[in-house]
Design a binder for this molecule. Structure first.
Ligand SMILES: Nc1ncnc2c1ncn2[C@@H]1O[C@H](COP(=O)(O)OP(=O)(O)O)[C@@H](O)[C@H]1O
Ligand SMILES: N[C@@H](CCC(=O)OP(=O)(O)O)C(=O)O
Length: 363
């Protein structure tokens, strides 16, 4: 399973004013256990602003953007250093990846980030992600790490997103304000009634409270990734959730990830087409096989890497749609060539497929 774990400031501080080292040790042990069980993990962490505040000896907080950026710039390195030290105890190499909204909006940057993250996972490296607070203007930010974690879950096509926080899950009302509030164990769909349950940030350190967590759950579940919101102080929380134990609140995914991906591919406007020879057309149509450059006889229209293209049979009938792994200009140079010639022809390679079977919807 590929799991994205989001840790809020409230979890990292464990109710104190500082990064709570023993809590961080517990959390890292949990990540290592999940990895040892054969799963892949990506960490989305908050805490840079808090770590900066701690490093500067708790100056009075003005809460301006400039101050937050300064504190994040001071704190991010220290936060990362702590994680790297702890991960070292478990022999886990870590990578820092700082993202902003632009990295999700701009196709090239999106694909680049994906390549880096999946590269980390295939090498057994634990990616540790935060928003690049020091440089992102307010209007260019994702804004909160709950939403960021849902974007990351989509980016890496996670099987599960776990958001650990200082509440035991989603309650019928903010449990800090209403003592009669009870836990909702499963949410099938994020309806207006669910939205109405969300209060603001609970701790004075957290950013979005339940509201941004529900928003994150909506984004991820629509793309086929289930989401669990659970208490960060429950012993062994991550390992238990990944093992299937019901802890906190589980938001069910809308269909499978592949279905969601298919809907997304079909929703995109295709600006180009690939004409297939008879053998490739048959392999795609009957077996849902990946399309290799060797089976393409013509490239029509213009498109970038990652854009949706039409796949046409020899007689021009549309067989399906898929995401191109190479831009139209590059594919034009690969027509009919064997995949092992890609690197020599282009000077680089994004892999042997023109359209990978996972990125292909048959019509
Ligand atoms: N319906 C609800 N159920 C649970 N918690 C809620 C609800 N509405 C608001 N909250 C508040 O959301 C808080 C968690 O959000 P936040 O403080 O932003 O944490 P984090 O730093 O983990 O992102 C909880 O402490 C809780 O007080
Ligand atoms: N990027 C900021 C955290 C933003 C955020 O969403 O915080 P939280 O609600 O604690 O997850 C930081 O590192 O301080």
């Amino acid at each position: 399973m590929r799991v994205v774990l989001k840790l809020g400031t409230s979890v990292l501080t464990a109710g104190t004013d500082r990064l709570h080292r023993p809590r961080l040790v517990d959390l890292m042990r949990g990540l290592a256990a999940v990895r040892a069980a054969g799963h892949e993990a990506v960490l989305v962490t908050s805490g840079a602003v808090l770590a900066g505040w701690e490093a500067l000896n708790f100056p009075p907080r003005s809460r301006t953007l400039a101050e937050k950026q300064l504190l994040a710039a001071v704190g991010q390195g220290r936060l990362m250093h702590l994680y790297a030290q702890l991960a070292d105890l478990y022999g886990l190499p870590v990578a820092q990846v700082l993202l902003t909204a632009d990295d999700f909006r701009n196709r090239t940057r999106y694909l680049n980030a994906r390549t880096t993250l999946t590269g980390c996972l295939s090498r057994g490296v634990l990616p540790i992600i935060n928003e690049n607070d020091a440089v992102a203007l307010e209007q260019l930010k994702v804004g909160d790490n709950d939403t960021l974690s849902a974007f990351v879950a989509n980016l890496v096509e996670a099987d599960l997103l776990v958001i650990l926080t200082d509440a035991p899950g989603l309650y019928t009302a903010d449990p800090r304000l209403d003592p009669h509030a009870t836990l909702i164990p499963v949410v099938e769909r994020v309806t207006p009634e669910v939205w109405a349950l969300a209060g603001g940030a609970g701790s004075h350190r957290g950013t979005g409270g339940m509201h941004t967590k529900i928003q994150a759950a909506e984004v991820a579940t629509r793309a086929g990734t289930p989401v669990v919101i659970a208490p960060g102080d429950a012993p062994d929380a991550l390992r238990r959730i990944v093992a299937g134990e019901a802890l906190g609140t589980r938001f069910q995914a809308h269909g499978s990830r592949l279905e969601a991906r298919g809907r997304w591919i079909l929703a995109e406007v295709a600006t180009g087409s690939l004409r297939l020879d008879a053998g490739a057309a048959q392999a795609v149509q009957e077996r849902g096989a990946s399309l290799l450059p060797a089976g393409i006889t013509a490239v029509e229209g213009r498109f970038e890497r990652g854009h949706t293209v039409r796949l046409l049979g020899p007689d021009g009938t549309e067989l399906g749609r898929g995401l191109a792994r190479y831009a139209s200009g590059d594919l034009g140079r690969l027509l009919g060539r064997h995949s092992r010639e890609i690197e020599a022809a282009l000077g680089y390679t994004h892999g042997p497929e023109a359209v990978h079977r996972d990125d292909l919807v048959r019509l």
